[in-house]
Write a protein that binds this ligand. Structure first.
Ligand SMILES: [Zn+2]
Ligand SMILES: [Zn+2]
Ligand SMILES: [Zn+2]
Length: 109
């Protein structure tokens, strides 16, 4: 189980909270699989994938034409999605617009 905390981001006001850390905590979601289902259905490609930490939905990032992770967050009310890219351990809260990073060893990383 991964716990998340707000990451320092020099480009944003310091100390901005995220009220969804409990939502984001949970079992590791399943692997991203084939990719963004909405893009696959439309025959389009994407840049990066995001994995919804509430339900495991896979959508494409805001750099992708579809922005399906953002539209999933808006439509479902699931604000937090993590990167589904190998080696990337961070998440994004669409509602609070903050980066989240895993808590390691019981202290914020
Ligand atoms: Zn939040
Ligand atoms: Zn997509
Ligand atoms: Zn979701």
């Amino acid at each position: 189980m991964t716990r998340w905390t707000v990451a320092h981001d020099a480009g944003r006001p310091e100390g901005r909270p995220c009220g969804h850390l409990d939502t984001a905590g949970g079992d590791e979601p399943p692997a991203a699989g084939d990719g963004c289902a909405a893009c696959l259905a439309a025959g389009r490609s994407w840049v990066h994938l995001r994995l919804c930490l509430s339900c495991g939905h896979v959508g494409c990032c805001d750099s992708s034409a579809g922005k399906h992770a953002a539209s999933h967050a808006a439509a479902s009310g699931h604000p937090v999605a993590r990167s589904a890219e190998d080696g990337e351990a961070w998440a994004w809260c669409y509602e609070d617009e903050v980066f989240l990073v895993p808590v390691t060893g019981g202290r914020p990383a």
